[in-house]
Ligand binder design. Structure first.
Ligand SMILES: Nc1ncnc2c1ncn2[C@@H]1O[C@H](COP(=O)(O)OP(=O)(O)OP(=O)(O)O)[C@@H](O)[C@H]1O
Ligand SMILES: [Mg+2]
Length: 485
């Protein structure tokens, strides 16, 4: 972050100084009182269990310079004004007074100020139903060699993580990569107002959060707010759109930015040809207006082709060459955890941990990858038995039952050998049903054979990462070894 004095922060956020001279220097913003150190500005946010305002004094005792707060605290602070848009933030359920929304609104104003101050900065925004974090990681890999790049850790994509990431940019930063999530209309537009992107990537319109949105059209409208926020082509605006997803391709009509299409479609500006899978890892020829190059991803799943193409298109816009971009993509290792995280046990069992999240599109992609890994076979040849250990897909609203039935049918169609449903009846009769994570582990321990491939996937709240962890750390299996992620 660029250095700012508390008085400037008060001016930018519309807040007032409290127990502070205003001269105090701030060099970082933190929401975790344990992470905040000298020069830190602690964000007093309400949470599920506690209110950050109660940790204000502790944060300052631990070295923080001050606190961004919605009410007076026992520490030097900027007290921010109430916000009119109190409803609808990610923390709304813990925020009856709107104090958290007020601090988030102030944080957004602060981030906007910093982004505006850093003139020589290109903001790249990524949205879509699935693949934002994966693409963000690929973008960081592609843009890093082209200039100092700030990208969020993990999946920081809401009213807190997005501006928090933007504030990490400083005068040396050339590229700021941001992940933009939407749980409803207007969310993406609001994030774009905090850090206006010059380049916007829309990956896909799937069924994540369908329950909250109501319809696929509503999801497409919300994701498209990103391309509407871009500057016009003459001002350098670039919309990177997935040509393989009709709902995304149609967004070309909603932007004045220059459109670059990516995909496997023959007409796409930046496209993948000759896609093959090497034990689930895609290889393809990157075809671009500037020339071709070969990409061999280390990520598992054919869906990463689209993510990689989007990252490539942005890299080419920001001065990369096809060969340079392809090399960066090929060298990129999985960064964010529990997304198709592949581990080989010494007994030859492969565990694919995709327990981070699930929606019908990512489920299908994961099943395809599972089958591809199985079909590739062990070094000696021959197919491997495939297991899909699946839990509930949340947030699908009325489509919940149909979507689970669809995934069960897809598993059968693709030839998955064993489908195990954990605590969820809607996968239907083709699945073996177990009551909980413990029962799933028990079944797998009893029946897994050397060489089997096990995919573990559900919505985050189901906690299927514990199945993967158990399979990799069984007390009686000292031979377990983490070979690769
Ligand atoms: N382009 C894609 N199409 C379908 N599924 C994908 C795609 N990219 C990634 N996935 C799968 O979607 C899941 C989530 O991936 P990732 O974390 O990259 O997405 P995200 O959009 O950041 O998700 P979130 O909304 O939870 O932040 C993983 O299971 C991953 O394997
Ligand atoms: Mg994410």
């Amino acid at each position: 972050m660029i250095e700012m004095r508390l008085a400037e922060i008060a001016a930018v956020t519309g807040g007032r100084l409290h127990r502070a001279s205003g001269d105090e220097r701030v060099t970082a913003v933190e929401f975790d009182s344990r992470a905040v150190g000298a020069g830190g500005l602690f964000l007093a946010l309400p949470g599920e269990r506690a209110d950050g305002h109660d940790f204000a004094a502790a944060a300052v005792a631990a070295g923080a310079t001050g606190v961004l707060a919605a009410r007076e605290v026992d520490a030097p602070a900027v007290i921010v004004p109430p916000t009119e848009q109190a409803a609808g933030t990610y923390l709304a359920e813990f925020d009856p007074t709107g104090a958290g929304a007020a601090v988030l609104a102030a944080l957004g104003r602060l981030a906007r100020h910093v982004v505006d101050t850093l003139g020589d900065l290109t903001v790249v925004g990524v949205t879509g139903s699935s693949g934002k974090t994966s693409t963000k990681d690929l973008l960081a890999a592609v843009l890093g060699p082209l200039g100092p790049t700030v990208a969020p850790p993990g999946s920081f994509n809401n009213e807190l993580g997005h501006p928090w990431t933007a504030l990490r940019a400083d005068a040396a930063t050339r590229h700021l990569v941001l992940e933009l999530s939407a749980r409803g209309a207007g969310h993406v537009a609001a994030l774009c107002a905090i850090a206006p992107p010059r380049i916007g990537v829309v990956l896909n319109v799937g069924r994540a959060h369908l329950g909250e949105f109501g319809s696929a059209e509503a999801i497409a409208r919300a994701k498209g707010e990103l391309v509407e926020a871009l500057p016009a082509a003459a001002q350098g605006g670039v919309a990177v759109l997935n040509a393989d997803d009709p709902a995304v391709a149609a967004m070309a009509g909603r932007t004045t930015a220059r459109v670059v299409t990516v995909g496997r479609a023959p007409g796409a500006t930046v496209r993948a040809e000759d896609v093959t899978l090497d034990a689930g890892r895609p290889r393809f020829r990157l075809v671009t207006p500037a020339g071709d190059a070969t990409v061999a991803l280390q990520l598992v799943g054919v869906h990463h082709v689209g993510n990689a193409l989007a990252a490539a298109a942005v890299g080419l816009e920001l001065g990369g060459t096809p060969a340079g971009v392809a090399a960066a993509l090929s060298a990129s290792r999985p960064v964010s955890r529990w997304r198709m995280e592949l581990t080989e046990r010494r007994d030859g069992v492969t565990v694919v941990n995709d327990a981070y999240n699930a929606n019908p599109e990512s489920m299908r992609a994961a099943l395809q990858a599972l089958v591809a890994i199985g079909a590739a076979g062990p070094p000696g040849g021959g197919g491997r038995r495939t297991w899909a250990v699946l839990g509930r897909m949340a947030e699908l609203g009325e489509q919940t039952a149909a979507a689970h039935a669809e995934i069960a049918a897809a598993a059968t169609e693709l030839g998955v050998d064993r489908l195990v449903a954990v605590d969820h009846g809607e996968y239907g009769p083709s699945a073996e049903h177990v009551g909980d994570v413990g029962a799933a582990v028990e079944l797998l321990r009893a029946e897994l054979r050397p060489g089997d491939v096990v995919l573990v996937k559900a919505s985050r709240a189901v906690g299927l990462d514990r199945v993967a962890a158990d399979l990799l750390a069984s007390p009686d299996d000292s031979s377990t070894e983490l070979v690769s992620r």
